[in-house]
Each structure stands twice: as structure tokens, then as C-alpha cells.
Design a binder for this molecule. Structure first.
Ligand SMILES: Cc1cc2nc3c(=O)[nH]c(=O)nc-3n(C[C@H](O)[C@H](O)[C@H](O)COP(=O)(O)O)c2cc1C
Length: 179
């Protein structure tokens, strides 16, 4: 698949086959993060690969049962917690450089897209989970001060093929010259 096809056919996958994901494939996902662009190449990302079932159950408990990805936290063959170091993306000599403050979420977003598209390329499905109690997750995962957990990303071989949710037309968001 070319890049356009990967972008257009990637879907959030919340149900997986029981099949194991090889260490080699996990490394491919992490390499994709590694080569992502970031603010002044600051690479604020830190990733926790969570295989421990007890920790996964604890994480599941900090996500609303109404969240459609709750079950995936325990059932996914691979679970990453994507964390970011604060105070480096968007900073120069410890001072924030733009009115937008810390850019860690931006850089983690780009890294996430690299990861999920690479996953798609090698036949894996993913779902990004952003809606949970971040403070509780931080505690469960022993994330130190100065870092935040931004998202959880589940991955595995898809056992579902959801229809693409409707997108806005380009004409609905493109502006020319001025907003
Ligand atoms: C930052 C972010 C946070 C998300 N959080 C959740 C979540 O908490 N639970 C969930 O089921 N899906 C979550 N998603 C997946 C979106 O719901 C999904 O990407 C969107 O509906 C479009 O569907 P698609 O990914 O299949 O194209 C999240 C996606 C992003 C980018």
C-alpha cells in the first residue's frame, strides 16, 4: 500500500485476533516513533510497553466503561502508554518560546501517526485512547514528575473491519489567504 492508501484505510481497531505480535514488528513501530519529526529534534517521547495483566486491569479501571476501547486495554496483544517529557518541546533555554506553551502533545501526535501508519503497513490494527484519568494512569505506571501520560495505544491483528466514520469535505476546512 502506498502512503495515501495507508492514511485512508487506517481505522481504529478495538478487537484483535489472539495472535502474538513479533518482537521484530514491535521494534518497527518504535522505529517509526524514533524517526518522527519533533520540536528542535527534542524527541520528548517516552513509551511504556505494558504486558503485565495486573497493570492492564488497573489501567482499564481508569477508563470509563462507556469508552468503546475499554476492553482493548486488556485484550490487545500490545499496549503502549505514550508519555511526554514536559518543558522541552516549544522551549529554548528553559523558556517557552510561543504563546502555545508546551508542544509535547503536538510532537506525541506526530509520533502517534507514524506508529499507527506503520502498524497498518505491517498488517496491524491500532486504537489511540486519550479519554481516561491521566493522573491515575500516571500513578499506576510510575511516571515521574516532569512527564505526562498522554495516550494509550493498543495494537494487534484486527478481528474487525469497521466502516470509515464520515469525514468533513476539504471544502469545509480549507481557507484561502485569510480565515
Ligand atoms: C487523540 C485521540 C484520542 C482518542 N481517544 C479515543 C478513546 O478514548 N476511545 C476510543 O475508542 N477511540 C479514541 N480515539 C479514536 C477516534 O475515535 C477515531 O480515530 C475517530 O473516530 C476516527 O475513526 P478512525 O480512526 O477509524 O478513522 C482517539 C483518537 C485520537 C486521535
Amino acid at each position: 500500500m502506498n502512503l495515501t492508501q495507508l492514511i485512508e484505510t487506517r481505522r481504529s481497531i478495538r478487537k484483535y485476533e489472539k495472535k502474538k505480535v513479533s518482537e521484530e514488528d514491535i521494534q518497527k513501530l518504535l522505529e517509526a516513533v524514533r524517526w518522527s519529526p519533533s520540536w528542535a529534534n527534542t524527541q520528548c517521547w517516552e513509551i511504556i510497553a505494558v504486558s503485565d495483566n495486573k497493570i492492564r486491569e488497573e489501567l482499564k479501571a481508569v477508563i470509563s466503561p462507556k469508552n468503546p476501547a475499554t476492553e482493548a486495554i486488556v485484550s490487545a496483544p500490545v499496549l503502549f502508554a505514550l508519555c511526554g517529557k514536559l518543558g522541552i518541546a516549544g522551549y529554548y533555554k528553559d523558556k517557552v518560546t510561543t504563546k502555545l506553551g508546551d508542544w509535547f502533545m503536538y510532537d506525541l501526535g506526530i509520533a502517534t501517526q507514524s506508529l499507527v501508519l506503520t502498524a497498518r503497513e505491517i498488517g496491524l490494527g491500532t486504537v489511540i485512547i486519550g479519554s481516561f484519568d491521566h493522573n491515575k494512569a500516571k500513578k499506576i505506571l510510575s511516571v515521574p514528575e516532569g512527564y505526562e501520560v498522554a495516550s494509550l495505544i493498543c495494537a494487534g491483528y484486527p478481528s474487525q473491519s469497521p466502516k470509515p466514520p464520515k469525514r468533513k469535505e476539504v471544502s469545509e476546512f480549507i481557507h484561502y489567504n485569510r480565515f
